[in-house]
Design a protein around this ligand. Structure first.
Ligand code: URA
Length: 317
């Protein structure tokens, strides 16, 4: 047992909002390589081993908008099962996203070893997958995540971009990367000599992750929790299996971490090829980071990553 005393005991007595925030924070990667603090690590370890139970252990239906339900703390399970607690979609009760202590495993085997798929079948299968994803994930819609943002682009694309998840504008339109980050991504794609419609753009999570800001009362984006990633990522694995890109570019830390299970921070990962089921993956900075830190140095790093991708694809430099 982990001794429960001092600051930790005080934390355990704290009100639900604090608990929820810390739980959500613990389940995220932090922005661009932020490390765990020791207290958080102790709490995470205690939750993992089941030596401490959440004071809010009983699952309840979320009543506050944007609340990810209180979750039963269970021993780690390799695969998360998704069980609806909502009587039916649209019944006015938001379905709770179940707790997750691990992501579903990456499907085995290289994509190149799969049976070949004619281009028209790729398009049809991707459309079918989108319909399925929209039907299943719409159970989890709320006043914050109002649309399933599946992804868009060429089903036969040689190049696929993967970001973190939809923001306000993406949620409003149901399309990935259409806000300010999306405009910058479009410029990056243009600089590679390509058009947006020639690539495929997806995200790790398909539902907007945000919570109501207590001061403004408006939704404020936050990194997705592990439970939210676990809910969406199987759809991404299936998208990649259908599209079979020659190269993947991940945008930002959560994308590369969750796609290939990396634990390094962004400054070490950026620019270094990784592999996902035999497909070369280039991790680079997220456009929203570039917008915040629009320095010649950061722009140069991203451009160098994109030039590596162009070389790999045989695009003129
Ligand atoms: N940021 C992302 O990671 N994805 C989007 O679709 C939009 C912004």
């Amino acid at each position: 047992m982990i001794p429960v005393s001092g600051r930790f005991a005080k934390f355990m007595m704290n009100p639900p909002a604090t608990w929820r925030r810390l739980r959500q924070w613990l389940e995220t990667d932090g922005a661009f390589g932020v490390k765990e603090v020791p207290l958080a690590a102790a709490v995470a370890a205690a939750l993992r081993t089941g030596t401490v139970r959440s004071p809010l252990a009983a699952p309840v239906v979320a009543s506050a908008p944007g609340l990810i339900g209180r979750e039963e703390i269970r021993p780690p399970e390799p695969v998360v099962s998704y069980q609806s607690v909502s009587p039916s979609p649209g019944a006015g009760i938001r379905t709770i996203i179940p707790a997750a202590t691990a992501l579903p495993p990456i499907p085995p085997g290289d994509i190149a070893a799969l049976e070949s798929l004619p281009p028209q079948d790729q398009t049809a299968r991707l459309e079918q997958l989108q319909r399925q994803a929209e039907a299943e994930l719409s159970l989890y819609l709320s006043d914050i995540a109002t649309k399933v943002v599946f992804g868009e682009g060429d089903a036969n694309a040689a190049l696929m971009f993967i970001g973190e998840g939809p923001g306000a504008e993406e949620d409003r339109t149901g399309r990935p990367f259409v806000g300010r980050s999306g405009q910058l991504l479009d410029k990056m794609i243009g600089a590679m000599g390509l058009q947006r419609k020639q690539v495929y753009i997806g995200n790790i999570v398909k539902l907007r992750a945000a919570e109501h800001d207590l001061e403004t009362g408006r939704p404020k984006d936050r990194p997705p929790t592990l439970a939210e990633v676990a809910l969406s990522i199987p759809w991404l694995h299936r998208q990649i299996e259908i599209i079979r890109p020659k190269v993947i570019v991940t945008l930002g830390l959560p994308a590369i971490r969750h796609l290939v299970g990396e634990t390094e921070n962004m400054s070490r990962l950026r620019g270094q090829w990784r592999v996902y089921r035999g497909i070369p993956v280039m991790p680079t900075y997220h456009p929203s980071f570039l917008l915040r830190a629009y320095t010649p140095e950061n722009r140069g790093k991203v451009w160098s990553d994109l030039k590596n991708v162009m070389a790999k694809l045989g695009l003129p430099g």
